[in-house]
Design a protein around this ligand. Structure first.
Ligand code: ATP
Length: 231
């Protein structure tokens, strides 16, 4: 579904990614793990077309997106949930949910489905974005992308800074998204969360792919990975 080939990314003279190859199959949940500065966010932003100083190719469902601007990539089915969550503070929950256009009617979640999956958002539908807790903002950010019907969800550290009960909720949602046939690529520092949700994992180190592990291998090597990631 999503194929990254030979991706190099630069910040001026500095190279942040080196010949990265990543494949995410249709309906798969795949994580990117790595230490701070390994290049995870740069990779997600490059896939989304938000970081433009790149070489290599990004292909979505067989379509080469390398020269496609970010807003068109969104229209073609890449759904970006950024790490600062990007909630519009002046809009209420329902306005935030309904603002982005539906890009894929067949896979788009209705407001009812969103509210069934996230009852807390239903309770707070008239609440302004500014008044939401971190967990509510994260749920809203994920729900907003589900509303568009995105075929591939790109999530940047969805569990970061959240209480365990909310992390559990996010995990359930990712699994539900997978069950509905959507594809997910997520950046994650929380190894236990990554192991509980994903089919495969790429370990990034200094801008290169250091390992490509299925979930059984990843789980078996959790202790070693925690040490490696400095956690
Ligand atoms: P973190 O978990 O800390 O966000 P990361 O794995 O997502 O880390 P990136 O943020 O992608 O890593 O950073 C990869 C490399 O690119 C790092 O060496 C970082 O210093 C550098 N970098 C990131 N953003 C910029 C920027 N705006 N200008 C210059 N260098 C940058």
């Amino acid at each position: 579904m999503l194929e990254i080939r030979g991706l190099d990314a630069f910040y001026g003279e500095a190279q942040a990614l080196h010949a990265v190859d990543i494949t995410v199959g249709e309906g798969e949940v795949v994580t990117l793990v790595g230490r701070n500065g390994a290049g995870k966010t740069t990779l997600l932003r490059s896939i989304m077309g938000l970081h433009r100083d790149v070489r290599g190719s990004v292909t979505l469902a067989g379509k080469d997106l390398t020269r496609t601007p970010a807003h068109q990539r969104a229209r073609l089915g890449l759904g970006w949930v950024q790490d600062d969550r990007g909630i519009y503070a002046s809009l209420n929950v329902e306005e935030n949910l309904t603002l982005p256009p539906v890009t894929h009617v067949d896979s788009a979640w209705s407001l009812r489905q969103v509210y069934d999956a996230f009852p807390v958002l239903a309770d707070r539908r008239r609440a302004p974005g500014t008044t939401l807790s971190g967990g509510e903002q994260q749920m809203l950010a994920v729900a907003r992308v589900l509303r568009t019907g995105a075929r591939v969800l790109l999530l940047d550290e969805p569990s970061e800074g959240l209480a365990p009960v909310i992390v559990q909720r996010i995990r359930d949602i990712v699994l539900e998204v997978k069950q509905r046939g959507s594809t997910v690529l997520l950046v994650e520092q929380n190894v236990a969360f990554a192991a509980s949700v994903a089919d495969r994992h790429y370990v990034l180190a200094e801008g290169t792919v250091a390992a490509d592990l299925d979930n059984a291998e990843f789980t078996a090597r959790q202790g070693e990975l925690l040490e490696y990631l400095g956690m």
